[in-house]
Design a protein around this ligand. Structure first.
Ligand code: 1GP
Length: 251
């Protein structure tokens, strides 16, 4: 059963927006984690993304175990590479970095991890991952050795996203990278939304309600926030109520 993907498609077709919190294992420990889980459980959080381009600690497993025990919110691995596969999550973004031209991140990591994923119970969420220029070099573009897509070229973003959709990818993720100075432009979000039918995930540098509102209005179905919540834990509640009120205003 494709529970997560079905919920994303259902919400997308009903115009219901979702909020995903990104948890980076390297930035957490048991003390702050409990507070985060309490916040996630008391606000309306639709998905928990877990991961990072590089994971340098061994906290990923503990983090997922704690989340498994303490929250029903779906836990989705947002991997930097095949080493980040973990069976304690519910699903995994099977990311193909379609903005890049590095075969390793288009298909290489996928081949290596396919047998492991096939045996796992993880729901596979095949995702066209599009890195968009966020104003400064990001770990993701450096490590993947790819150039991000220019933030003022919606036509390239559309062609890339449509190609991903025609190749059979089930989700499109526009990401300007963690801590980006500039989030993905509204013109790119609008254009990609207009030309594709897959649920659209948008993240990177969303650190204010104004930026989040713009992304929602432009057509993002799922908004991902990581850094801004690490800096200001209260932002989780503000984001959850923004998405909630957006959903009520259009209902
Ligand atoms: C990065 O989209 C995510 O891959 C979230 O970015 O940490 O800047 O919110 P932030």
């Amino acid at each position: 059963m494709k529970m997560i993907l079905n919920s994303m498609y259902e919400n997308c077709s009903n115009g219901k927006k979702s909020f995903a919190v990104l948890l980076d294992p390297d930035k957490l420990n048991l003390d702050i984690l409990q507070e985060k889980i309490d916040a996630i459980n008391s606000a309306t959080v639709d998905y928990i993304f877990v991961g990072g381009t590089i994971i340098g600690t061994d906290f990923m497993d503990t983090l997922l175990l704690q989340l498994q025990e303490k929250t029903f919110v779906p836990k989705i691995i947002f991997p930097g590479n095949g080493l980040h596969i973990n069976n304690k999550a519910d699903g995994i973004l099977y990311l193909s970095l379609i903005s890049g031209r590095n075969p390793e991140f288009l298909i290489g990591q996928h081949v290596v991890s396919a047998p492991i994923l096939k045996r796992s119970k993880l729901e596979i969420l095949s995702t066209g991952y599009i890195l968009v220029d966020g104003g400064k070099p990001t770990t993701a573009s450096y490590i993947s050795n790819t150039a991000p897509l220019p933030n003022d070229k919606p036509e390239i973003a559309v062609a890339t996203a449509v190609a991903g959709e025609m190749l059979g990818l089930k989700l499109i993720y526009l990401d300007s990278g963690s801590g980006a100075q500039i989030p993905v432009s509204e013109s790119i979000i609008q254009a990609v939304k207009k030309h594709t039918d897959t649920p659209l995930i948008v993240g990177g540098g969303i650190n204010s309600l104004q930026k989040a509102s713009k992304a929602l209005a432009a057509g993002a179905d799922i908004i991902v926030v990581g850094n801004a919540i690490e800096e200001n834990p209260n932002f989780l509640f503000e984001m959850a109520s923004l998405v909630n009120s957006y959903n009520h205003s259009v209902a």
